[in-house]
Design a protein around this ligand. Structure first.
Ligand SMILES: O=C(O)CCC(=O)C(=O)O
Ligand SMILES: [Fe+2]
Length: 724
């Protein structure tokens, strides 16, 4: 196999095979070899993309004369002309690629590998590899590169914090190796604007437009090579279809892939949603900056370019008039928009016409990535659904802006409280929100003491929980105790069975209280329960501005800028109802607060105390956070419930499927990886746990199981669901 990985005549090797070699070396701890092959796979992939782009351009140029041939062909000969064209293009691309790439590297890599690289996983391996090799700064940039694309990866965040505290690591080492030029320029454009440095802003935005166009072209060129593989759910080519339909299907996939480049290029790494209308918005920044910098001719050309997207936008039209009236604005050169933009819009419109035609007539599914698509491009029969869609979107956006938001959780606060001694302290009205409640008297002081004792026992049992730094802030320690671990502690005789049992019983108490108060449409099931203590690090509180727990929603990823909340992993999407049962008040700070969707405007504050229960629906209506705990220890039992058992299973299956996709995860792992891996799982999901045992443990439906023998102990990583 080694021989296959040596370059032949300067031709590119298959980057997936280089990657596998790197990963294999990693697991056998041959660090030099791992670093070499991982780096080579990254570099080779980048080169391959460049080669594809080059060949694409070259073959496009070579075909320039073909359109005349197409125009002259008519009737029954027309398809021959088209096929001829397709054949010539195929031959051109084949020839071009074969010059630079070994034959085995020409076919597209598997979707798994694509996934690995788009998620920047090679840098995850590289981080450990360079650390092992003692090449700290290399490790740092690998960590940074991985983290940018995986911002919720807590282990990597902790690693970065550690690196920051290390001596001999320079600030410059913290750079993103994959940062695309257009984002760098975007950031400098924003920065220059904020200090009103208009010449520099104009320069940055101009370059940013160019780089965005270039990145879009790179992405489009790649469509013919890599992305045209039919995916499992979305294979629009299968079935018993005739030749023309299948040919149409293929070309439509190509077009739709090319169109989707708009979204890809406009999505920052680590973000889920693209910046809407990215290119037009860059042009807006650009013409304003050019105008303010006194570059009138440029401003007129840019504003005209913007008008290609929105020809009737009144504000832009009046800007154009203003620019034209300003001395230097009206020149022969500025009579036209930028040529490249005008070609871009023209081509995009042609593609959209074909795609919308196929949507109407061939049952093809297409999601238009643009907001600027004019109504005239959309076929009459789709107008209605398109308009409805657009209205829904507008409505959703407007709804996001509106004050009193609706909650689609199915809960309806205000049901009876049936437990004696429990009272409603705050409701929707006093908490300024929807489906929120504060109940008091849920625990007796005795019960609070018992549970706090459990936390103390768990902390002193010393298996990693003690002194663990909070995943949210360096100024606090964080202990978490799951019910499962509490039971194990009681098996080991570290706490009494009655104490562990109490944790269970309290869960049941909370469940029945909230099910009744929120008039749950169906039974609530436990999804996850843990006891969490946050302890202020003494001597490290001066001038603290961070939070104990940043603002978030429990079942979706909150995007404050757009006021949207995405119900997708790594958020715990199956959580429907959140509950916090507080145990003490002998600490400073640590208030729970609710905010508006902007994650800034505080709408309600709740101070913890023994026996106080806060319940709220886990969705977008209830963003919340915890203010800094500046002294003492704050403990709470956090519980989440789900309405749907079946849904739970699905979530678990989905996560497992994701792992099965990546066979290297099934191989033996070294201790660090195992820990990094399980740590990540443990922090991010409810149903993974690390077990250190001597025999295999029964686990759930076909989920992955990892084993590694460390110091003669078999370490198993077992994914299990909910409360085993
Ligand atoms: O401890 C609290 O008050 C809130 C914690 C929280 O929001 C969470 O764990 O999701
Ligand atoms: Fe939360």
């Amino acid at each position: 196999a080694g021989a296959l990985l040596e370059p032949v005549g300067g031709q590119l090797l298959p980057y997936d095979r280089l990657y596998y070699s790197g990963v294999r070396a990693y697991f056998t701890q041959e660090w030099d070899r791992a670093a070499e092959f991982l780096e080579r796979s990254i570099a080779t992939r980048a080169e391959l993309l460049q080669v594809r782009r080059g060949c694409h351009d070259q073959c496009e140029a070579a075909a320039a004369g073909d359109s005349a041939r197409l125009d002259s062909a008519d009737g029954s000969l027309w398809d021959l002309a088209v096929f001829g064209l397709v054949q010539r293009r195929a031959e051109c691309l084949k020839f071009c690629l074969e010059q630079r790439v070994t034959p085995s590297a020409i076919p597209p890599v598997s979707l798994d590998i694509q996934y690995e690289f788009t998620n920047r996983n090679p840098y995850n391996y590289l981080q450990v590899t360079y650390y092992k090799l003692g090449r700290l700064e290399k490790a740092v940039s690998a960590a940074q590169t991985f983290f940018v694309s995986n911002p919720s990866h807590l282990e990597m965040r902790n690693n970065l914090e550690k690196y920051r505290r290390m001596k001999g690591v320079r600030e410059e080492a913290f750079f993103d190796r994959e940062k695309e030029r257009h984002w760098t320029l975007h950031d400098s454009g924003v920065l220059a604007e904020s200090i009103s440095d208009w010449p520099r802003a104009a320069e940055a935005w101009r370059e940013c437009v160019n780089e965005t166009l270039a990145a879009t072209e790179d992405c489009r060129a790649n469509c013919a090579g890599e992305a045209l593989q039919p995916s499992e759910e979305d294979n629009q080519l299968t079935g018993t279809k005739g030749l023309y339909e299948r040919a149409a299907g293929l070309s439509l996939q190509l077009l739709s892939c090319r169109q989707s480049c708009v979204s890809l290029v406009a999505t920052r790494p680590g973000r889920i949603s693209p910046i809407e209308d990215f290119l037009p918005s860059l042009l807006e920044h650009l013409h304003l900056a050019e105008f303010k910098a006194g570059a009138l001719q440029g401003a007129v050309m840019s504003v005209r370019a913007y008008l290609l997207f929105y020809p009737e936008d009144p504000e832009t039209l009046s800007n154009l008039q203003l620019y034209l009236r300003t001395p230097g604005g009206s020149t022969p050169e500025s009579a036209q928009p930028r040529e490249d933009i005008s070609r871009y819009v023209h081509r995009s419109l042609l593609e959209k016409k074909l795609l919308y035609f196929a949507m109407e007539n061939l049952g093809f599914k297409f999601t238009d990535p643009d907001l600027w698509t004019p109504e005239s491009v959309i076929p009459e029969s789709l107008h209605e659904s398109w308009r409805a869609e657009k209205e829904k979107l507008d409505e959703r956006q407007a709804e996001g802006q509106r004050e009193g938001e609706t909650d689609d959780s199915g809960f309806y606060a205000g049901g009876p409280i049936t437990l004696p001694g429990v009272s409603i302290t705050m409701d929707d009205a006093t908490l300024n929100g929807t489906n929120r409640v504060v109940l008091d008297g849920v625990l007796s002081p005795e019960e609070c003491r018992t549970i706090l004792g459990l936390a103390t026992a768990a902390a002193s049992s010393g298996d990693g929980y003690r002194g663990r730094r909070s995943p949210h802030t360096p100024h606090e320690k964080f202990q978490g105790l799951t019910v499962l671990r509490a039971l194990r502690l009681s098996q080991d005789g570290l706490v009494s069975a009655a104490e562990a049992q109490l944790l269970y019983d309290l869960g049941e108490r909370v469940r029945s209280l909230l099910q009744s108060y929120f008039r749950s449409p169906s039974p609530l099931y436990f999804s996850f329960t843990h006891l969490v203590c946050r302890t202020a690090v003494t001597g490290d509180q001066e001038g603290r501005t961070d939070l104990s727990h940043p603002v978030h929603a429990d079942n979706c990823l909150l995007e404050p800028d757009t006021r949207q909340c995405w119900r997708e992993p790594p958020a715990f999407t199956h959580r429907d109802l959140s509950a916090l049962l507080y145990l003490n008040d002998d600490f400073e700070g640590g208030d729970l607060f609710f905010t508006d969707r902007d994650a800034k405007t505080v709408t309600a504050v709740v101070s913890p105390q023994c026996g106080r229960l806060v319940g709220f629906s886990s969705g977008p209506v209830n963003p919340h956070g915890v203010s800094a705990v500046t002294s003492g220890r704050r403990c709470a039992l956090a519980l989440w419930f789900t309405l749907d058992r079946l849904h739970r299973d699905m979530v678990s299956r989905k996560q497992c499927a994701g792992l099965h996709h990546r066979p290297e995860n099934h191989k033996a792992m070294d201790h660090t990886t195992l820990r990094a891996y399980t740590q990540q799982r443990h922090d991010q999901t409810d149903y993974f746990s690390v077990q250190s045992v001597h025999q295999p443990v029964v686990h759930c439906r076909g989920c992955a199981e990892f084993r590694k023998t460390i110091n003669n102990t078999d370490h198993y990583v077992i994914m299990y669901q909910g409360e085993l």
